[in-house]
Each structure stands twice: as C-alpha cells, then as structure tokens.
Write a protein of this length. Structure first.
Length: 394
C-alpha cells in the first residue's frame, strides 16, 4: 500500500490541508556564523536575531543556547545522537520546517516558554519520541503560528502532549499534525485553541478521548475518531469511523539500525469520546460524525470527575451497575452503545449510584459509558465521562 501522505508531495499542497509556511531564512543578511563549544552552529540574521542552522555536538539531552530565537530549516535533520531537546524562553520565534525530522533517538521535547510556531514536519518520524511539553503558548501575532502540518506525524512512540498552562493559546493545529501517532493517549489542548484542520489525529488509535475547547474552530474533516487505511495489505486506502470493530492496514515510518523505511502494520480503534461545550464546533463535529459527545459545562460550571470503580452484577435478563459516589454530582447518566447507529445513546439518568439495565439477552455483549451530572441553569450537564466497558449478559 502506498504511503498516503509524506513531506514532498503534501507540502506542495500546503494551504489546502491547513498548513502554513514560515518565513524563509534571510541568509543574504547574515552578520555572523560560528560554532559554539557545544557544537551548535549559530547564525545571526539581518534583524539581529540568532538562530541555529546546524549541529556538530555529541548529542544526548541538549538545551538550545540562551539567546537563540529560532531554529533553522533541517538544522538537526536525521541526527542520531540527540535524545532530548529543551527550548529556553529566549527561543520564542519558531522551529522551522523539518528541523528535527527523522531523529530516531529523540525521546523528549520541552518548551520552557512560549513559541511562535512549529513548522511543517518539524519533528516528523521521530520514532522514539515519547513526551512533548509546552510551557506556554504556541502562536505569535506576527505569524500564522501554531503547530504546522505533519509536525509530529509518524512519531510512533509518542504518548503524551502536555500544555502545562491550561489558559495558554494555540493558534492552530495544521493538517495531519499528529497523524499516525499510534500510541498517543493524552493531549490537553489549552483553552485558547484556535483552528483544527484536516486529519489532525487520524490513525491515533490509542487516543480514546479528546476535549475540544469552546474557542476551537474546526475547518476540515476526520479531525478525530477516524482511521485511514485498507482492509488488506494491497487494498486502496479509505477513511473508516473508528468503532472498535474494524482492523485496517496502515503505513508508518520505522527506524532500525539508523535506517528508515515504510512498514505496513494493523490498527484497531475504539469509537472515542469528545468533550465539548454545547453548540460549539467541537460538539457539532461530534454530533455530525456520530461520535459520542460528553457535553461539558461552560467555563462557569463545575468539571465533575467520572464515576469509577464500577461493580457489575448479573441475573437472568438484567445487568445491575453500581459505582462510587462523585462529590458534587446531582445525578448520573448511563449511555449504552447502539450498534445500528454506531453511537452511544442515553439509556437512563438516575439520582443514585446504581442503574438496572433490563431486557438483556443471555450471551450478548453490552457496552456502557457513565457520566456524572451537574444541574446548571435549569438543565443537567455532563461532567467527565468514564471509559467504555463491556458486560456479557447471563
């Protein structure tokens, strides 16, 4: 199966996918060029800003030198020795296109402060990368900033993306920014999130839930809850709504002994849940695509945790669910998966920590999600949802 998307071909169609291109290096205006004692090749542009154009150091966990404001195109491309990179607050402008692409041993990326933007494919196929931490915002008034298309695509070991400042801004997530991150299970988008473009989280098979801030605008399709691949190794690629039932073959980049190649593997993905405030783009995307939506309270409401420690008892024709009390909850809602609509539908709302599901058929499997309820302005609003769980009836 041919790879659906990769640097050369897709960058030519940049803006169609919601990509952005940062300003080119102004090499004609260079004032100085030197390599510091740690092996960073540092240049000064015509504006007097220092940037890194290359690296000749020993690798390991590196810290970008204080005073450097941006990272040049392909500055660390394919470096096999770097295991971690920390960006100081002085590096506030941007990380250019493919700056760290194909760095096979890079495991951690940390931004101490805000950054104007991260260019297209900046960390593409860093196959050992596990955590990315943003200490501030990702955006700049002088740039069409944010996280560019394919910026972290094919980071097949990436598990966590953390915005430490929940009130930070994120100008945008470009097309396929995290596509094929097959182990990504946690990302907390900040309150000031802007535009989400096509395929941002496609083939993120471990990402079971996504909270989309009320500020976010969705421009594109297949943002979350979709797989792209084929039902056989040689089949034609297509989009499939994740439901936990379909297995697809996908192509990803893999590294072995310093050599990169495309490999074909299989993924399955549960239907997933979106948490969003009613009548926002996030809620509408969930509703339009048959994705279960956990309707969050507006900013003034409570953010209730999900019911947990569910106890299940079964008898002929019945399933009884019990769970722990959630402090502050005004009630609870039980959702049951409907295979025909491929959606979780409300089964019953209850005031106590128990619900009896009746008229079940022996041997059949039933899938549930639980949510706490908060009574706000005359209506019950869902707090956090639980993970889905399956019960086989007796």
């Amino acid at each position: 199966m041919k790879l659906r998307k990769f640097l050369g071909a897709v960058l030519a169609a940049a803006f169609a996918a919601g990509m952005f291109i940062f300003p080119a290096e102004n090499n004609g205006g260079e004032l100085t060029v030197y390599a510091d004692e740690d092996g960073f090749i540092i240049k000064t542009d015509s504006d007097g800003d220092s940037y890194i154009s290359g690296y000749e150091g020993d690798g390991g966990d590196i810290t970008i030198p204080s005073g450097v404001t941006w990272i040049g195109n392909k500055a660390f491309f394919g470096n096999k020795d770097i295991t971690g990179v920390t960006f100081p607050e002085s590096c506030w402008y941007w990380v250019d296109k493919q700056a760290f692409a194909f760095c096979p041993n890079l495991k951690t990326v940390t931004f101490k402060g805000s950054i104007g933007g991260i260019g297209d494919a900046a960390f593409f196929a860093c196959t050992s990368l596990q955590t990315v931490t943003f200490g501030g915002s990702v955006g700049n008034a002088d740039l069409n900033g944010g996280i560019g298309s394919y910026a972290f695509s094919n980071c097949t070991s990436l598990k966590t993306v953390d915005f430490s400042d929940s009130e930070a801004s994120l100008d945008m997530l470009g097309g396929c920014a995290f596509s094929e991150c097959i182990k990504l299970s946690s990302i907390n988008l900040p309150a000031g999130t802007g535009t989400l473009y096509n395929d941002v989280f496609v083939n993120c098979s471990a990402l079971e839930s996504l909270e989309i801030p009320a500020s976010a605008e969705i421009v594109g399709s297949h943002v979350f809850g979709y797989m792209y691949g084929s039902t056989s190794k040689t089949g034609v690629g297509r989009y499939v709504r994740a439901s936990g039932n379909s297995k697809l073959y996908i192509s990803v980049w893999d590294e072995e002994d310093g050599n990169y190649s495309e490999i074909v593997g299989t993924i399955t993905q549960n239907g997933g849940t979106i948490t969003a405030v009613r009548n926002t783009d996030g809620a509408r995307f969930a509703e339009d695509n048959g994705i279960y939506c956990n309707y969050a309270a507006a900013a003034s409401g409570k953010d209730l945790p999900a019911p947990d420690k569910v106890n299940v008892s079964k008898s002929s024709g019945k399933i009884v669910l019990k769970w722990n009390t959630v402090d502050g909850a005004d009630g609870y809602r039980v959702y049951m998966y409907d295979s025909e609509s491929e959606k979780y539908k409300e089964y019953k709302s209850v005031r106590t920590e128990q619900c009896t599901v009746e008229d079940v058929e022996s041997g059949e499997k039933y899938r549930f999600i639980l949510a706490s309820l908060d009574y706000i302005d005359g209506e019950y609003v869902s707090g956090k949802h639980s993970r889905s769980f399956t019960v086989t009836a007796e």
